[in-house]
Design a protein around this ligand. Structure first.
Ligand SMILES: O=C(O)CCC(=O)C(=O)O
Ligand SMILES: [Fe+2]
Length: 304
């Protein structure tokens, strides 16, 4: 059973506890999330000008479109305002800024009718983010930049919350992935042979839960939830922001969602920055997750 809480005024401790049990939180837009969307709109509209970012796919060639994304995406991710906008969103959601750490935000462009389904506009197949080396307490925050509809939203497949899926996460290591990626980029023309985490069995994707918040409305969910990009046939590109958080108390205590099937190596813990001052987690804590993988120690051998 998956509980979906709307505009719940829960203290963060209670919210995280519910999220680790599979609940999903949906919040109305507020001043902070609207500011974040306005920022994403400004950058996107500048980048695609004179076209509307939602319709540019109908006028630009795939190469032209990719050239725009190649600049726009890193600009959004690494813009100094992005970090402070995340801080405001977390403050607005009642998070303790001294104990909450966030990674950099992504700007997703889910194009329509398979215009772009790989590379910079990857349509995410059903996955758990926990197949990609985060701690089990990672939470995902997701907000649409413009209006969306079920046909260009994100889908949850909550019946897999406590159901193991045969997957290739045992071959995935975040550190190797990063090193391998840099190497592939360096050795131009060389094929990228990195192992991607994915399901190795056919999945039952229905019933799927498609949440449709207003622009700037927030969806918060555990990284352990199976979710996917809805194949977009609406005729318009969906733009959305997502970022991830961890709470230091939960990292220290080893709390988080149950691990039903992830067996990946490495850790993403060095990527999160404290919302209050953008400092990293203590090295000792990062090492603990890099070396001992406490959350994954009992990952089912069947998935190795
Ligand atoms: O935006 C999407 O369709 C997928 C996003 C996603 O996988 C995530 O935020 O973890
Ligand atoms: Fe994801």
């Amino acid at each position: 059973m998956t509980a979906v809480y709307f505009n719940a005024d829960h203290p963060d401790d209670r919210r995280r506890e519910n999220l680790y049990a599979g609940a999903i939180y949906v919040d109305a837009a507020n001043a902070a999330t609207r500011a974040f969307c306005a920022f994403a709109r400004t950058l996107s509209e500048e980048a695609f000008a004179p076209h509307d970012p939602r319709d540019a796919q109908h006028v630009l060639s795939v190469d032209e479109y990719n050239a725009v994304l190649k600049d726009l995406k890193p600009k959004f991710i690494h813009h100094p305002d992005s970090k402070t906008l995340i801080r405001e969103v977390l403050a607005g959601a009642g998070c303790d800024l001294d104990r909450t750490y966030a990674d950099v935000p992504r700007l997703r462009t889910a194009t329509s009718h398979g215009y772009l389904t790989s590379g910079l506009a990857y349509a995410f197949k059903p996955h758990r983010d926990t197949w990609y080396s985060p701690p089990q307490c990672q939470l995902n925050w997701w907000l649409p930049v413009y209006e969306i509809e079920p046909g260009n939203a994100m889908a949850f497949h909550p019946h897999y919350w406590d159901r193991a899926i045969r997957n290739s996460s045992a071959g995935f290591n975040y550190q190797d992935w990063q090193t391998g990626g840099r190497k592939a980029a360096h050795d131009q023309g060389k094929k990228d042979t990195r192992v991607q985490s994915e399901a190795l069995e056919e999945l039952e994707l229905e019933p799927a839960l498609k949440l449709v918040p207003e622009p700037g409305g927030l969806i918060v969910f555990s990284a352990a939830h199976l979710h996917s990009t809805v194949p977009n046939e609406t005729g318009r590109t969906r733009l959305s922001i997502d970022f991830r958080t961890v709470h230091r108390d939960d990292l220290e205590a080893g709390r988080g969602a149950p691990n039903v099937d992830s067996a990946c190596g490495g850790t993403t813990t060095m990527d999160y920055l404290r919302a209050a001052d953008f400092t990293h987690l203590p090295e000792e804590l990062i090492d603990r997750y890099a070396e001992s993988r406490p959350d994954w120690a009992d990952a089912p051998a069947a998935f190795a």
